[in-house]
Design a protein around this ligand. Structure first.
Ligand SMILES: [Zn+2]
Ligand SMILES: [Zn+2]
Length: 685
């Protein structure tokens, strides 16, 4: 090739043509350095050049790097991901090639001592018959063509051991294996388990690893040296040289949906990559997404079930606390029944968890005189009251020495208000800006900090920790909390959904859900599914070994199907009912959705653009696509931008990405307005 198209890892929809120097031979997929602007950039040869550029104007490729080229399957995958998600091709390449100084070798330095692993608490029991059967089925897929298998097993049934066997089989063929985990940064226990089983540390990939580690990991992956890679969703785009198996653990987890920048669903993209690379995929969950469940029931996916807990542990009892029948006194949130259960279990030397999916102290602050509420100046959301010092909002870390003496949080003076959408902060005000009243503010409702304050009143001696931040500054502290909990140096762990995920705490016997109804409000079509998954996952933390677990759900609507399903343990009936409801409403997985978010700083421009989109002549009745909206987004203002949403719904067979692209191509919005396409949206904010 004399002239080549080079795709750059930047937000461009296509590549740029470059001349190939006399002494260089390039083939598609090669990684090169090219001049770009006033600087240079890495890029990938995407194909032959097409554009007729006068000889004096075209720039030359500077260097070809000695790396295995991106395979045809990988390049097809990138093209497809860009097409499907209506994203610029270069932006997708950036996820495959997220490093710049590719030739830089690591500086020689002293090897850091390996991180000390916390004490081990896992059962080392033999595989059960159900596990053995599952293992045989999964192992049989290795080395064969594309397939998707849903490994569906109750929490504590030993799914990990089962897919570890599949990994072992793939490793024996000298192949690479990718395991995606939500919250990989917190997955100390998973890594420990892996190391014990395989005797080596897998390559770890997530957004928090240092640039140097990232570069080293990327190289090892591209060269095929990293045999097992465990990562967050972004690991799925890396250029594995010799990939043989991909596993998506907790496949239902919402964090697989990337909602900033390039919008995509990592679970679905993993399945797509499996098709291009012709390799098996294993989706793992105790509470499969309705999509995967439906695909398994209709035979599109294979299904392997693990119906019982492993090693003799039994499923926890579920107790419903009807909050209408057992009211709490003013400004408290934990019912007498739950208080007693917590006190008793801790007195017996067991551990407990309290779950509330709300960071901070109180979700709202209200003036008692005039009912003024504090709204974020940039977003349509209430400012959340926090009572903690420092940067890690909602994360209270108690030092070892502190664990025995939790102090009421109210003694800490520096309260502040924070917006959980844009992180805008202000000191807690004393004067009401609306009526001028002084010190008349009331905190409304509980956050985890307030719950911990309440706990200190009736369990003054308990060793309590709060884990509640999704801010990554706190990763190390959160890891500490997890290992302290595993080593039983904490009696009661209070937290948001971080505590629901995958942890194995042998001494945990009571889980209390402060507000089980919290996720069910709002118009989100997936609210029931998500609440069920979260609460079920959380329940699964309890009683994983010898101790029998009990889960207490505080609810004002115990008759709700989600509560009933949790109470009866009848997951199938719930999932079938949810599927039927989706079918009746013509919602996914029986239809496909895509949304357009129109946002900009000038409200009138946003509204005008949204209306133009809605009235655009493109949607023909024959296309089987209905366009709903525009309507103001639930978070109408976000970071100072006004937002409108449109929702397109289509039959399963409709080419929705092309429709969406054509739709926004017809509209020329003012410069200040942005239109974002979200294919298969999972949140509707
Ligand atoms: Zn007031
Ligand atoms: Zn805000």
């Amino acid at each position: 090739m004399k002239q080549v198209e080079i795709l750059l890892p930047a937000a461009a929809p296509h590549g740029f043509d470059y001349r190939v120097p006399e002494n260089m031979i390039l083939t598609a997929g090669d990684i090169v350095t090219v001049p770009f602007g006033h600087s240079e950039s890495l890029g990938v040869v995407w194909g032959a050049g097409k554009v007729d550029i006068p000889p004096g104007k075209i720039k030359s490729v500077r260097k070809r790097h000695e790396f295995p080229p991106l395979s045809p399957a990988m390049r097809q995958f990138i093209d497809w991901v860009a097409w499907y998600n209506c994203a610029p091709k270069g932006a997708v390449l950036k996820m495959a090639l997220p490093i710049s100084d590719i030739d830089k070798e690591p500086r020689k330095k002293k090897e850091a001592p390996p991180e000390k692993l916390p004490a081990r608490h896992f059962n080392l029991a033999e595989l059960s018959d159900a596990q053995k059967k599952a293992t045989v089925i999964l192992e049989d897929k290795i080395g064969k063509e594309f397939s998707v298998t849903l490994l569906d097993g109750v929490t504590g049934s030993g799914k990990t051991e089962v897919y570890f066997d599949a990994i072992a089989k793939a490793l024996a063929n000298e192949s690479q294996i990718l395991v995606l985990l939500p919250e990989i940064a917190l997955s100390v226990q998973w890594l420990e388990r892996f190391e014990r089983r395989f005797g080596f540390t897998p390559a770890v990939w997530h957004s928090e690893i240092t640039p140097v580690k990232k570069r080293e990991a990327w190289k090892a992956i591209a060269r095929g040296e990293a045999k097992v890679v465990v990562g967050a969703r972004s690991a799925l785009f890396l250029p594995y040289r010799n990939l043989a198996l991909m596993i998506v653990d907790e496949e239902h987890d919402q964090s697989y949906k990337q909602e900033d920048g390039t919008i995509y669903h990592a679970r679905d993209m993993t399945v797509a990559r499996g098709m291009f690379e012709k390799l098996p995929i294993i989706l793992v969950s105790a509470t499969p997404s309705l999509e995967s469940y439906h695909n398994a029931k209709t035979g599109k996916y294979a299904e392997v079930s693990l119906p019982a807990r492993h090693g003799g542990a039994v499923m926890p009892d579920v107790e419903m606390i009807d909050m209408r029948q057992s009211p709490v006194s003013a400004n408290t949130f934990i019912s007498p029944i739950l208080r007693t259960a917590l006190a008793e279990t801790i007195a017996q030397g067991h551990q407990a968890m309290l779950f509330l999916n709300r960071r901070g102290y109180a979700p709202l602050m209200l003036c008692r005189r005039c009912a003024h509420r504090f709204e974020c100046p940039q977003c349509s959301s209430w400012m959340v009251m926090h009572k903690k010092r420092g940067q890690n909002s909602g994360l209270r870390i108690q030092e070892e020495k502190d664990l025995f003496s939790p102090k009421p949080e109210s003694r800490i003076p520096n309260s502040y208000l924070a917006c959980h959408y844009c992180n805008y902060r202000m000191p807690e005000p004393r004067i009401c800006p609306a009526c001028g009243a002084k010190d008349q503010f009331a905190a409304c409702g509980p956050g985890v900090e307030r719950v911990s304050e309440e706990v200190a009143t009736f369990l003054p001696k308990a060793r309590v920790a709060v884990m509640a931040s999704d801010s990554m500054d706190g990763i190390k502290d959160m890891k500490n909390i997890i290992s302290s909990m595993a080593e039983r140096r904490i009696d009661l762990l209070i937290g948001t959904q971080m505590i629901a995920k995958g942890h194995h705490f042998a001494g945990l016997s009571v889980v209390g859900v402060v507000d089980a109804d919290l996720g069910l409000s709002g118009g989100d079509p997936r609210a029931a599914e998500r609440t069920y998954q979260l609460l079920h996952q959380l329940s699964g933390r309890a009683g994983r070994e010898q101790v029998k677990g009990t889960v207490y759900l505080q609810s004002f609507m115990p008759e709700h199907p989600v509560m009933q399903a949790l109470l009866s343990g009848d997951r199938e009936t719930f999932l079938q009912a949810e599927l039927q409801a989706r079918r009746n409403a013509d919602m996914p997985p029986f239809s496909r959705l895509a949304s357009i978010i129109v946002e900009g700083a000038t409200e009138a421009d946003v509204i005008k653009t949204a209306k133009t989109l809605a009235s655009s002549s493109i949607h023909h009745p024959a296309s089987n696509i209905s366009l709903l909206g525009p309507s103001p987004a639930p978070i109408y203002r976000l970071r100072g931008k006004y937002r409108y949403r449109l929702l397109a719904r289509a039959g399963r067979s409709v080419n929705l990405p092309d429709f969406m692209r054509a739709l926004i191509d017809m509209v020329k919005p003012p410069k200040s307005v942005r239109m974002k396409i979200d294919i298969d949206p999972v949140r509707f904010l």
